[in-house]
Write a protein that binds this ligand. Structure first.
Ligand code: UGA
Ligand code: MN
Length: 332
């Protein structure tokens, strides 16, 4: 009897051992606890290896998707430094989530240089053009009026058929200024019209809105303090809703003087009391009104002497570019 029991035990033993080993292997493969969703940062990449638990986690919306789009309207015109300026700007804008760049050339047609630049810029771009009438191309007259209006018209047309809400923020980004990345974080939360200091402008190190108890009560400026909004074009942003609900707000040629364009525009859409101060109650400079020195081309030969044709300030023949449509969307 005993030997019978023992032989049965011996018979079962390998099977028991096999079951134990299999169970052990399986538990060592069991899924890891679900990782916490990645907080903050907008970057979408980096899967970080296999994550078996991912299938069970609720679908995560990319944090970027909820951000209001920032529309940057940039007037630009042909000159030796143009490509350098646009390169500097694209290098900044490319790092900003959900930024749509509206480049408006001051020209009768889209240039090959800018068309080619936009195609390789690596961010969503719309490329428009409108020439400044010759009579307005004089020193002392405001610049880029027609180009900014073309950008506004495009924005309004694009959104007029879409249902609200369309979260978006508009910003006028001249091509020669210098923009910190922090500026875009600040302007992204604009509800109606937001303002902040601008460096290197108005004959001072900076101009800024003066803020008391969270409200703009005046302007720190060294130039024309009588301006209703003593602020540079780079010093404010407007929500898309405000742009759409004031369809007639545009930049005007008639009666406008340099330095008054900002005030003339802002008074059509807001009041000083309503302004939203950004950049720590307007105490931080996050954008600089830099101006690029006129380039010295004194030694540039009159006729082409080099053995190659290099696009520094003038595009070469690019037949494939001619087929580009009016509006060029490059989604990266
Ligand atoms: C200042 C303000 O910062 C500008 O926003 C304002 O338009 C300008 O004054 C004005 O007087 O109207 P400032 O540095 O003197 O700026 O002007 P620019 O940077 O030479 O021009 C402003 C923008 O208009 C730039 O993006 C520039 O590329 C563009 N622009 C300039 C044209 O599209 N066409 C021109 O003939 C000149
Ligand atoms: Mn400028």
């Amino acid at each position: 009897m005993k030997s019978q029991l023992f032989s049965r035990f011996l018979l079962l033993l390998p099977w028991v051992l096999i079951v134990i080993i299999v169970l052990d292997i399986d538990s060592s493969r069991a899924p890891l606890p679900a990782l916490a969703p990645r907080g903050g940062g907008g970057g979408g990449g980096g899967s970080g290896g296999a994550r078996p638990a991912a299938a069970r986690a609720p679908p995560q919306r990319r944090p970027e998707a909820a951000l209001p789009t920032i529309y940057a309207i940039t007037p630009t015109y042909s000159r030796p430094v143009q490509k350098a300026e646009l390169t500097r700007l694209a290098n900044t804008f490319r790092q900003v989530a959900r930024l749509h760049w509206i480049l408006v050339e001051d020209a009768a047609a889209r240039s090959e240089l800018v068309s080619r630049f936009v195609a390789g810029a690596g961010l969503p771009c719309t490329h428009l053009h409108v020439p400044t009438p010759r009579r307005y191309k004089r020193p002392g007259l405001p610049r880029a009026t027609e180009q900014r209006n073309a950008g506004l018209a495009w924005l309004r047309q694009r959104h007029q058929h879409l249902p609200p809400p369309q979260p978006g923020v508009l910003f006028f980004a001249d091509d020669d200024n210098t923009y910190s990345l922090e500026l875009f974080q600040e302007m992204r939360t604009t509800r109606k019209v937001s303002v902040w200091p601008v460096g290197l402008v108005g004959g001072r190190r900076y101009e800024r809105p003066v803020v008391e108890n969270g409200k703009v009560v005046g302007w720190y400026t060294g130039w024309r303090a009588d301006r209703p909004f003593a602020i540079d074009m780079a010093g404010f942003a407007v929500s898309l809703q405000v742009i759409l609900s004031h369809p007639k707000a545009v930049f005007k040629r008639r009666g406008s003087q340099p330095g008054m364009q900002e005030s003339d525009f802002l008074k059509q859409i807001t009041t000083v009391e309503e302004l939203e101060p950004k950049a720590n109650n307007c105490t931080k400079v996050l954008v600089w009104h830099t101006r690029t020195e006129k380039v010295n081309l004194a030694n540039e030969p009159k006729y082409h002497l080099d053995t190659v044709n290099i696009e520094v300030l003038q595009a070469q023949e690019l037949p494939w570019l001619e087929s580009l449509e009016n509006e060029l969307m490059v989604v990266w």
